[in-house]
Design a protein around this ligand. Structure first.
Ligand code: NAG
Ligand code: NAG
Ligand code: NAG
Ligand code: NAG
Ligand code: NAG
Ligand code: NAG
Ligand code: NAG
Ligand code: NAG
Ligand code: NAG
Ligand code: NAG
Ligand code: NAG
Ligand code: NAG
Length: 712
């Protein structure tokens, strides 16, 4: 483990986080335990395990607000359109655009095939697996009926404790999630349990086809579009299963409890069930295990105490391992706010973004883009894990590249390219939703090299080389095949047509964007190193494309988004979206010769961004990306200003707001924040002006950090 030099004189004993003189991680974490006295109408308080998460209102359940229960595995397809010629996914043909003198197929909505095109965009959708809350004497409980509400999330153990008074009686609900089993578990304590007045309901929605479903997911008004059934077994009197059928998808909710309880279908509801504790005891413990496994293969849900203990053990391990930063020791209020954002982001990303597949923008909190995940965004969602020494968590979802290789080879082949072209707006099968931007972005292609190189720099082992070799080879083959040899200029061009990361130019005239050129060079160099490290020979084409890429576009002393866009700085179309052009010296290492990169031009470019960009309209990863570049230039003051920018905000439980553009939460903000903080703590392997810890943070801050990996 690496020890980062400290500003403060404190001695850091890396790997011994609880020891004297180092960081007392538990104390720093618990200082930021969120406390609520009312439900937020927008964001839940959450428990979860990365693959499965439960959003709670102020009761610790989904009693007064229908927050969501989402997973990485729960998906549903609507039935296909019935229009002749558009009633099968194979009826979709996409479109052809001229591309360097030939017609190339693009996965875009075809105006002749609107219904099947639209179906492919909207399907599959991520399923809200169910709602679990309390009823009082069989009736709904509203927030108005609750008083003396108080709710605390203990970040160090993953446990929410909620207390409130309902009609004169105190109620205490403890909520937790099992780290390995997709089970949410409750302990409900009240004399209202003893008197039989309080019961639990479980309810199931159909899926909706709204692009954004925030804060609540699902369609509660189409009961006949889906079905549920209750299954009991005499052998398990303290358990019941509700099977939920949505078209071809069948999901089960296995309920198990301690003590006696009756389970019934709720009168007047199509898909609501009641679990009514037998009168007598003051505590009722209930676990709900959600699964796609068929009956007979469903393990019993972990009981409450086992789930709580497993959660406490997992979270203690999480906080006790990997990197840690403590900005609280100097007592500076801004530093403490950055720390709050960091701690809450660490919690929420492990709950929402540590699953079997890359996460959607809103993790497992609510649905955006129908619940699908974007492969160009994975670096913002997942890139922080490695820098924080958590490759085990990163591994959970980066296997998606191997899983998607075949569909990516097919996509490239259909377009006449070699190698694997990764999709964009993806679902677990590897499908990519039709769309103009979706089919014309290219900055997802080098991401595997970003992950692989970060891991290799940290581990330097043969296993890492082997793990990434097939993906890197396929990605590099596509990148080389995609680059187009321009016989007029004797360089390899990128595009047209294409969209740069900022998505704000005309694709038919966009060529040689500065960020993509730099990223192409970086990735092809990594690909060659990868082969050399294994004593294998890289194809010669990888080297010749890397060595002959088009020059970085410069005009009047600054880099510009792409070649020919000389007047970008006075046009808000170009100065109001992601300023990705500055990512070439921050997020990724600066280009090397023969690309002529000049750090003073980059500095001028960043200055123009700060002078012209309307940052109020920026969102998400823009701020951490600007922070990385400022820090890499040795300007820690501005870096922190970006991390605390008013348009880059995190609510009381740490949910990143989406600014003016997207609903909360927009987790690329959280992942970007953790990546920027890691780079500011540990620096970079590649060139940087911000070579000292002091230069990467504001003057006077006390920064104690341990265990971080350097950025690239
Ligand atoms: C949805 O349909 C697609 C295309 O036919 C298929 O690949 C996928 O497995 C289906 N997903 C679900 C959850 O039914
Ligand atoms: C789908 O449309 C084709 C015509 O394109 C028709 O022959 C076929 O019967 C239709 N299938 C279904 C299931 O509606
Ligand atoms: C780009 O060119 C194609 C023809 O190759 C055309 O169909 C398409 O509409 C053009 N797109 C834009 C955004 O101009
Ligand atoms: C109780 O809440 C459910 C879900 O919001 C709603 O459908 C139902 O109408 C409510 N019942 C009453 C009696 O208000
Ligand atoms: C809420 O609970 C927290 C943690 O137990 C406690 O510190 C706080 O004082 C309580 N607030 C109220 C208003 O009861
Ligand atoms: C509160 O409890 C009393 C006594 O059991 C009952 O008469 C009354 O209906 C309850 N109030 C509500 C709002 O349910
Ligand atoms: C849970 O942890 C407590 C405290 O360590 C221990 O006493 C108890 O036996 C554990 N229960 C289970 C079911 O693991
Ligand atoms: C070759 O590069 C020049 C300069 O970048 C560009 O104007 C021209 O369109 C390119 N040629 C082709 C055929 O794309
Ligand atoms: C590559 O070759 C060198 C020199 O022969 C050898 O020391 C090294 O172990 C080899 N590495 C691998 C990964 O085979
Ligand atoms: C060149 O950049 C300077 C600022 O560095 C600006 O004042 C000037 O207007 C720019 N000139 C052109 C032609 O864009
Ligand atoms: C930006 O400035 C250039 C050169 O001064 C001019 O040609 C162009 O029309 C201006 N664009 C806008 C949107 O004002
Ligand atoms: C910046 O954007 C915000 C949000 O769209 C807008 O309200 C504000 O007027 C803009 N400011 C400028 C100077 O254009």
């Amino acid at each position: 483990m690496k020890v980062v030099p400290l500003l403060a004189a404190a001695l850091v004993l890396a790997g011994l986080p609880q020891s004297e003189g180092a960081i007392n991680r538990a104390a720093v974490v618990r200082r930021f335990n969120p406390v609520r006295t009312a439900s937020s109408p927008v964001t839940p308080m959450m428990v979860g395990n990365g693959n499965f998460a439960f959003g709670a209102d102020v009761t610790g359940m989904q009693t007064v607000l229908p927050f969501n229960t989402l997973s990485s595995w729960g998906w549903h397809n609507n039935s296909l359109p019935t229009t002749p010629g558009q009633n099968s996914t194979t009826d979709f043909t996409g479109v052809e655009w001229w591309t360097h003198g030939r017609l190339v197929w693009y996965d875009q909505a075809n105006p002749q095939e609107p219904e099947i095109s639209n179906w492919l965009v909207q399907n599959p959708q991520r399923v809200n697996l169910g709602r679990i809350g309390l009823v009082y004497e069989g009736r709904n409980i509203t927030e108005d009926a609750l008083s003396e509400k108080n709710q605390t999330l203990d970040l160090f153990s993953g446990v929410i404790t909620s207390t409130f008074t309902l009609n004169g009686s105190r109620v205490r609900v403890v909520t937790t999630c099992h780290p390995q089993q997709d089970t949410v578990s409750f302990s409900i304590q009240s004399e209202l349990i003893q008197t039989g007045k309080l019961a639990v309901f479980v309810d199931f929605p159909y899926t909706d086809v709204e692009k954004f479903e925030a804060p609540f997911v699902g369609d509660w008004s189409s009961p006949s579009s889906h079905s549920t059934s209750l299954r009991r077994s005499p052998a398990s009197p303290d358990a019941a299963t509700v099977e939920h059928t949505l078209g071809q998808a069948v999901y089960s909710t296995v309920l198990a409890w301690a003590g006696a309880a009756a389970v019934t279908s709720a009168p007047g509801y199509a898909h609501r069930y009641l679990v009514e504790p037998g009168a007598g005891a003051t505590v009722f413990e209930l676990s709900a295990f959600f699964t796609a496994k068929p009956p007979g293969q469903q393990p019993p849900p972990a009981p409450f105490e086992a789930a709580r203990n497993a959660s406490a053990a997992w979270w203690a391990g999480y906080w006790g391992s990997g990197a840690f930063i403590d900005l609280t020791q100097g007592g500076n209020a801004s530093a403490i706010e950055v720390q709050r954002r960091v701690i809450l982001s660490q919690y929420l990303l492990a709950v929402n973004e540590a699953g079997h597949d890359p996460p959607q923008e809103s993790g497992l909190t609510n649905n955006g883009w129908y619940g699908k995940f974007h492969l160009e965004m994975v670096v913002w969602h997942l890139g922080h894990w490695g820098l924080w020494g958590r490759f085990d968590i990163q591994d959970r979802s980066t296997g998606v590249y191997l899983r998607f290789l075949n569909s990516s080879f097919a996509r490239a082949g259909k377009q006449g390219y070699a190698g694997a072209r990764f999709g964009k707006m993806s679902d677990p099968t590897g499908g990519s939703a039709p769309g103009e931007i979706n089919s014309l972005l290219i900055w997802q292609q080098p991401h595997p090299m970003f992950f692989a190189e970060t891991e290799y720099q940290a581990k330097g082992d043969a296993a890492t080389l082997e793990k990434w070799d097939a993906v890197i080879t396929a990605a590099a083959d596509f990148m080389v095949s995609y680059a187009w040899w321009n016989t007029t200029t004797d360089v390899y061009d990128l595009g047209p047509p294409m969209y740069p990361a900022s998505e704000n130019t005309n694709p038919n005239t966009t060529m040689n964007p500065v960020f993509e050129l730099a990223y192409w060079q970086f990735a092809l160099r990594v690909a060659q190193d990868w082969k050399a490290r294994q004593n294998k020979t890289a194809p010669a084409s990888w080297g010749s494309v890397a060595a002959q890429l088009a020059p970085l576009p410069v005009h009047n002393g600054t880099y510009i988004i792409c070649e020919g866009l000389d007047d970008m700085w006075n046009d808000t179309q170009y100065t109001s979206n992601h300023p990705a052009l500055i990512g070439v010296y921050g997020l990724i290492p600066p280009p090397v010769p023969p690309l002529a990169f000049d750090v003073s031009v980059l500095r001028a470019t960043l200055g123009r961004v700060y002078a012209t960009w309307n940052l109020t309209e920026s969102y998400g990863w823009d701020f951490p990306m600007l922070a990385m570049t400022s820090a890499r230039l040795g300007d820690g003051e501005t870096a922190v200003e970006m991390l605390l920018h008013p348009a880059f905000s995190f609510d009381d439980v740490g949910m990143p707001t989406g600014g003016t553009r997207v609903p909360a939460p927009y987790f690329p903000s959280s992942g970007g924040l953790l990546m920027a903080v890691a780079m500011m703590a540990a620096g970079w392997h590649g060139p940087a002006e911000g070579t000292t810890l002091e230069s990467r943070w504001p003057a006077g801050w006390t920064v104690v950090a341990e265990g971080f990996e350097k950025g690239l």
